[in-house]
Design a protein around this ligand. Structure first.
Ligand SMILES: [Zn+2]
Length: 343
């Protein structure tokens, strides 16, 4: 009797496993880039030269380390806004100057008023569904007389968002507008505790229940010690936590276009670094929005005044930016909205 009972359980267990792997296979097979040639042509507008121009600019000494609320950070926000104006990418109707003010009352003590910078491209078929691409624009300022340039943290992410936006607006101008709206959000006050993204998620400009997913970029221009012998990688954090489909979309984007090693080491809940909780995507995850955090890991210049523009690996920054663009393209153009479901 005992043996018989055990074998019944075993049978039930293996059926469940088969059903599960079938579901996964069905999900994987459902994700493909039918418009691969079109995506490739806009992917190729993302160049290491243009990324370098933005990184060199935002991490230059004239912005004094971009401390939240200080003139240097305000000026860099002006620079970001100017790029959107030049590219004819719209401001939200409610915030026609591209700025969402973050009052000092919503920031830690002693900081001045600051702002998030927001631009968007309206979706052609599902304009009320929004894909977010985010990066923080602030850094550590000046300490002990030294400017913290923050080229990787987060000049790299800032440049990536600008280049992704430019690729999408070029596609739009050529008759390939995204089906869903895409929001380009440069948040302030990340370094002091994720305050800019928290403010946005408390006072959203577009309804958060219509947010499809948030792709957050924070440090993607360098290589960490674990990858000294293979720089062709990026860490993805959070992609499978709310939506199995999101995980496989990023995987498929990578297989189709970029062939990076997608490293999930820091996605493990047991990882002591807890990066999932440490950048702006987390405030979106708290609002039940699926997220991916794109990250290169820490390196010897992390949070030091030596995080400077000449140390960025620009071809690698371009490749990683292309992966994020392709992932965003799929999220914005798929026939059905991303499913919040874990298989
Ligand atoms: Zn950062």
């Amino acid at each position: 009797m005992k043996v018989f009972y055990a074998s019944v359980l075993l049978f039930v267990g293996s059926c469940a496993t088969i059903r599960h792997s079938e579901k996964i296979n069905n999900l994987k097979n459902s994700i493909s880039f039918k418009d691969k040639t079109v995506v490739t042509s806009y992917l190729n507008t993302i160049t290491s030269e243009e990324l370098k121009t933005h990184v060199v600019e935002v991490s230059s000494d004239k912005y004094n380390g971009r401390k939240t609320g200080e003139e240097g950070h305000n000026l860099v926000c002006n620079y970001i806004r100017a790029q959107y104006k030049t590219d004819s990418i719209s401001a939200p109707k409610s915030n026609p100057d591209y700025f969402q003010m973050v009052p000092k009352e919503n920031l830690p003590d002693n900081l001045n008023d600051s702002q998030n910078v927001i631009a968007y491209i309206e979706g052609s078929i599902f304009p009320d569904e929004y894909v977010y691409i985010t990066a923080h624009s602030d850094h550590e300022g000046i300490k002990n007389g030294e400017i913290y340039n923050g080229a990787d943290d987060n000049g790299s992410g800032t440049a990536a968002v600008l280049e992704i936006a430019e690729a999408f607006i070029q596609a739009t101008k050529d008759g390939h507008p995204p089906k869903r709206s895409i929001v380009f959000l440069h948040v302030t006050a990340e370094e002091v505790g994720l305050y800019g993204s928290r403010f946005y998620t408390e006072y959203p400009i577009f309804p958060l229940e219509n947010a499809v997913a948030t792709l957050n970029i924070d440090m993607i221009g360098r290589i960490d010690k674990r990858h000294n012998d293979n720089e062709n990688y990026i860490y993805l954090i959070g992609s499978d936590r709310m939506s199995s489909e999101l995980y496989y979309i990023a995987e498929q984007a990578n297989t189709t276009f970029t062939d990076l090693h997608l490293d999930y080491k820091y996605n493990e809940d047991s990882d002591p670094n807890k990066y999932y909780y440490r950048s702006d995507h987390y405030n979106f995850a708290l609002k039940d929005i699926p997220v991916i955090f794109f990250f290169n890991g820490e390196h010897e210049d992390y949070t030091k005044p030596t995080d400077t523009a000449e140390k960025i690996n620009y071809p690698l920054l371009a490749k990683r930016t292309k992966l994020i663009f392709a992932t965003a393209w799929y999220l914005a153009n798929s026939d059905t909205r991303l499913k919040k479901e874990i298989i």
